[in-house]
Design a protein around this ligand. Sequence first.
Ligand code: UDP
Length: 328
Amino acid sequence: MKTVLITGAAGFLGSHLCDRFIKEGFRVIGMDNLITGNLKNIEHLFPLKEFTFYNHDVSNFVHVPGKLDYILHFASPASPIDYLKIPIQTLKVGSLGTHNLLGLAKAKGARILVASTSEVYGDPLVHPQTEEYWGNVNPIGPRGVYDEAKRFQEAITMAYHRFHGVETRIVRIFNTYGPRMRLNDGRVIPAFIGQALRGEDLTVFGDGRQTRSFCYVDDQVEGIYRLLMSDYSRPVNIGNPDEISIRDFAEEIIKLTGTDQKVVYKPLPINDPMQRQPDITLAKEILGWEPKVSRQEGLKITYDYFKSLPKEVLYQREHNSFEEYIKR
Ligand code: UDP
């Protein structure tokens, strides 16, 4: 039986990865310090003897007993509100955390896949974004703590690969959504669905002409699984190229939820990328992967999930207001 360590196991993507590797017959060791993760996402795995959980912050030395075949490093805050609330932890987990896990991979002879991001492209001047593009990132802006930590993560991962011969994989994840996202972390999909469920107006930032391309979680997990099992060590974009403006997306949510909410416009956060769409030619070529779930299907599943949550979750605020978020 192969063993995989998944960091950020109690988070959105981490928990879906735990499910997938259990399903594939792996022994799964989940690790999380629960800053932004939630044990509810993995509580169904606790009774399984193939699943172990460590409450640990990977920015500190990581010890795992026994053999390890694979490591997936998915521990990191991942929403612009989190970067403002916990900037130092965000920097540390992408840099020190990655260093610790690369060291663990080297010691155990394990293959490691690190979760990078479309944020390495910043506010991109090349569209759609190919893996060759080096990006347009403001290192000292509010998103800099995440973007630069992830860029450093890619650099140190390639260094361990080249210098120590560690088997490494780098996935550049574009906006991904689905059940188990945090309802109130400020990201646009939970934000809009939460607003619709509470009967509030939908808050579009800026003029809403900025674009994003949303990938359903099952497609993302499939891409990550294939990349881990491939022999390709350079970064690969995984995302859905179906691009939409945030303004049109708000209208789509209103239609989906059958509510009669209005759209209200609020100031655009600093360094909010104006356009984002993955070029997935490489993933198609080397992994034979492309997304299968349409936005309509994926959003319906996600909406049903959020609707099924207890009412009090809907009203739990993680930040005082988005005005506060924007002005910082
Ligand atoms: N956004 C918005 N209203 C919200 C939350 C987000 O218009 O209530 C916008 C945000 O400014 C950005 C886009 O939606 O242009 C996606 O935001 P998200 O935080 O989900 O992801 P990211 O900016 O990291 O892609």
